[in-house]
Ligand binder design. Structure first.
Ligand code: SF4
Ligand code: SF4
Length: 484
């Protein structure tokens, strides 16, 4: 109040700050979450979704259990810094292949999105796949959509408790198995299984099994469509890859509107106005895993799963109307009502052909370089402690350390030679250098030239390392220093 007096004296009005009353005019910045209860549906897209669930999970859960000779077929051994993929042993120096793989993945995503929108999201994304599996478990235990909605509204009872507990136990089982499989790509899975049974898993392995497991449990059991709507960046930038010739799931308003509930064969409403094909049954909304109404037009939440297509086709069959009121089509085709052949011609547009050509070129290049890859890596490091010295016999010597990495699965014996200066000789403690399968070894190598045979300065030389009994040969550059 003491502060108000000078303001009042100056003729200024004081407006007190008071909290706004909570009432119906309040607008929340956050939308209240509505749980989505997707209804099960049969149809072409539903079947394809299950085929993709089966194939992706067969691959993910099954692959680490397969053997390649004495070892796991795919193993990312981070501790030893080796990646074993089928017959290849990759070292950190092979990082270029990982880069190539990422480029191929990105280009594939661009291509498939340009052709058919969010195919990845609707059919193969792990979030979609695990949500589908968790939903299947939920349906088996709690019943169909209406039963699940009723159960959630019911007060707590013994039956509800048993169903909920059972569901969560099964979910946790799947989630932890997923976490275990994930860790099995980085730590030999058979030994990991044995360690798990004997409760002697390492602390990092336990951490990652539970971390990945709970991420699966949380994302597929609770977050579900919210991951796609609010967390996934792909949903945000996909529109940059869409154009009016991209195949997307669309409702045909020209055919469906005006919508109204009506019986089979009815073409006019009670007021005599013509009726569209949509009977406003809302089945397309009930089956949608993200809970949207595709009749409101293209929405960023739509993952392109096609379940609303299956649902609406079922309704159209019952109404004896042609299928395809909701269908995979393009915005141009919908606007121009063009024929299917014209639509396909537009799908194969220059942008798609450019993506496809680049993708094919990069994939072929990557595959060719992997197939023709030399299974030997060599790093040359100059010995900084002894740059250049004169040794017995009046010769000038430079010392190097060579890391020889055997990227085969058999013991190899390597010969080291050098070239680039007159009278250059090589000496090693071990010759040939024997390196165990998929192992690396450091060796000291001394290069010598007759003193005075080269002028002072830095001279380029090359190390040639070859595996005995094979055509494998690697050449690595370095320099030979001659002091003043
Ligand atoms: S609108 Fe249709 S295609 Fe899009 S997410 Fe929903 S059910 Fe799938
Ligand atoms: S399923 Fe088909 S008929 Fe039913 S509301 Fe959706 S668009 Fe209309």
């Amino acid at each position: 109040m003491a502060d108000d007096k000078p303001a009042a004296a100056a003729g200024r009005r004081i407006i007190p700050i008071a909290p706004a009353p909570a009432g119906k005019d309040m607008v929340s910045l956050y939308e209240a979450h509505r749980k989505v209860y997707p209804r099960a549906i049969r149809g072409v897209f539903a079947r394809w979704r299950w085929i993709m669930v089966f194939l992706t999970q067969l691959f993910f859960y099954g692959l680490p259990w397969l053997q390649w000779g004495e070892r796991q077929i795919v193993l990312f051994d981070l501790g030893a810094r080796r990646f074993y993929i089928f017959g290849w042993v990759l070292y950190p120096q092979d990082f270029i292949y990982l880069t190539g793989l990422l480029v191929v993945s990105a280009l594939s995503l661009f291509l498939f999105t340009a052709v058919a929108g969010r195919l990845w999201c609707g059919f193969t994304c792990p979030q979609t796949v695990y949500t589908e599996i968790f939903l299947w478990v939920e349906k088996k235990i709690e019943g169909e959509r209406v039963a699940r909605m009723r159960l959630d509204k019911e007060p707590l009872s013994a039956e509800k408790l048993v169903k909920k507990w059972f569901k969560h136990i099964v979910w946790l089982g799947i989630a932890l198995w997923t976490g275990f499989t994930f860790v099995g790509y980085f730590s030999p899975i058979r030994e990991l299984g044995l360690a798990f049974l004997q409760t002697r898993m390492g602390s990092w392995e336990v951490f990652w099994v539970f971390f990945y497991g709970f991420a699966t449990y949380g994302n597929a059991g609770f977050m579900r469509e919210q991951v796609c709507k609010y967390m996934c960046p792909y949903a945000r930038f996909q529109s940059a890859m869409f154009d009016h010739d991209t195949l997307i799931v669309s409702y045909d308003p020209g055919r469906g509107e005006p919508r109204a509930p009506h019986a089979r064969g009815e073409t006019q409403g009670p007021d005599g106005a013509a009726l569209g094909d949509c009977i406003d049954c809302s089945l397309c909304v009930q089956v949608c895993p993200v809970g949207i109404d595709i009749r409101n037009g293209l929405q960023y939440e739509c993952i392109g799963c096609g379940l609303c297509v299956d649902a609406c086709n079922t309704v159209m069959d019952r109404m004896h109307s042609p299928r395809g009121l909701i269908r995979y089509t393009t915005q141009n085709a919908l606007a121009q009502r063009g024929a299917a052949t014209a639509l396909l011609r537009r799908v194969l547009r220059p942008r798609v052909l450019v993506y496809a050509t680049i993708l094919a070129a990069v994939s072929i290049g990557l595959l060719a370089s992997l197939v023709t890859r030399t299974p030997l890596k060599v790093d040359v490091v100059r010995d900084r402690a002894a740059l250049s010295r004169i040794v017995a016999g009046g010769r000038l010597e430079n010392v190097y350390r060579l890391q020889i990495m055997n990227a085969t699965e058999a013991t190899q014996r390597y010969r080291v030679a050098a070239r680039g200066l007159d009278g250059l000789t090589v000496s090693l403690d071990d010759d040939p250098v024997e390196v165990a399968p998929a192992q690396a070894r450091w060796v000291a190598v001394r290069l010598q030239i007759p003193y005075g045979s080269a002028p002072p300065g830095s001279h380029p030389v090359h190390f040639d390392i070859g595996a005995e009994g094979t055509a494998t040969q690697v050449s690595e550059p370095s320099v030979f220093l001659v002091p003043r």
